[in-house]
Design a protein around this ligand. Structure first.
Ligand code: GDP
Length: 297
């Protein structure tokens, strides 16, 4: 299960302090030292950990906590609040354009789960929000990517707009919006090309698509299992494209949690959805509060 190591360590650290009727500064210092180590071991970004620990200490050593009737529990509440805030506080919603269709651009490295997530998102928009999305195949460099999206479209009984591998991705994106308007589709989900690494050609193409279709959302899909790499990828995509949110995939796997806990702090962009499996209904809204409770038990 995701976060297992982190959850175990934090929970045992917390147990030591929860029942205390009196908490000393020394207790708080010991606890934060252990929390710090647990977070670093879970591959949370170093600077993120440093800032977080500073905030926890400031609040936990404050008068309100130390002089409360249940200081141990108050300290834990501080840790939980701060973890939740770290992951983005309130859960954020998906945009709706003033004029249909709402355009969502999906970006990310190859293998992160972009195509699968495009299908999952279309499924979720239809099922939960009663929308009718159009999926768009813009990865012209890999015929397999187009086939994959078309297969997903068949499984979902959802239309896929494709112009094959010879067309220009910017044209495909542009024409897909016309198509969506003609067919009264209210969401357009553009599955863009992925590469193994962030490179200039890819970014140029994505920027051109962005300036042409003016998307309402740009979702970066990153693989939670890749930890710090996911955070670095998020930073570069955000610098180049000013993304609007992140979808963290493979949270059903054995991830240590570093990406989930660092991305919002590093990019200041919210994690909007979490991929919880390979199936097309395994995409969930990301709830920082639930995730924080899960980690702290
Ligand atoms: P893309 O290259 O970014 O388009 O990635 P794909 O959509 O092809 O996904 C790559 C692999 O990751 C596929 O085998 C997917 O089934 C798998 N995958 C995607 N999302 C998830 C997820 O949330 N959990 C798990 N376990 N696997 C996922």
């Amino acid at each position: 299960m995701a976060f297992e190591g982190l959850a175990d360590r934090l929970q045992s650290t917390i147990k030591k302090i929860t029942g205390k009727g009196k908490v000393s500064e020394q207790d708080v210092k010991e606890m934060t030292r252990e929390v710090r180590l647990a977070l670093l071991e879970a591959d949370v970004n170093f600077k993120v950990v440093k800032d977080l620990i500073k905030r926890i200490k400031e609040r936990a050593i404050g008068q309100e906590v130390m002089e409360s009737l249940t200081p141990g529990q108050q300290v834990i509440k501080v840790v939980q609040d701060e973890l939740r805030e770290l992951m983005g506080g309130e859960q954020s919603k998906i945009a709706v354009a003033d004029r249909s269709p709402t355009v969502i651009m999906m970006v990310g490295l190859q293998g992160a789960g972009k195509t699968t997530t495009s299908g999952k998102l279309a499924n979720l928009l239809r099922k939960k929000h009663n929308r009718s999305p159009l999926l768009v195949a813009c990865d012209v460099y890999r015929p397999a990517a187009i086939n994959q999206l078309e297969t997903l479209g068949e499984q979902l009984d959802m239309p896929v707009f494709s112009m094959g591998t010879d067309a220009n991705p910017v044209d495909i994106a542009k024409q897909s919006i016309e198509k969506a308007k003609e067919e009264h589709r209210d969401y357009v989900i553009i599955d863009t090309a992925g590469r193994l690494h962030v490179d200039n050609d890819l970014m140029d193409e994505l920027q051109q698509i962005k300036s042409t279709v003016k998307p309402d959302e740009i979702f970066l899909v990153v693989d939670a299992m890749t930890g710090q790499d996911a955070v670095n990828v998020a930073e570069s995509f955000n610098d180049q494209l000013d993304i609007s949110g992140v979808v963290l995939t493979k949270l059903d796997g054995d991830t240590r949690g570093g990406a989930a806990l660092s991305i919002k702090a590093v990019t200041d962009k919210p994690i909007k959805f979490a991929g919880m499996g390979e199936k097309l209904d395994q995409l969930e809204a990301f709830h920082p509060d639930r995730m924080a409770s899960r980690i702290l038990g």
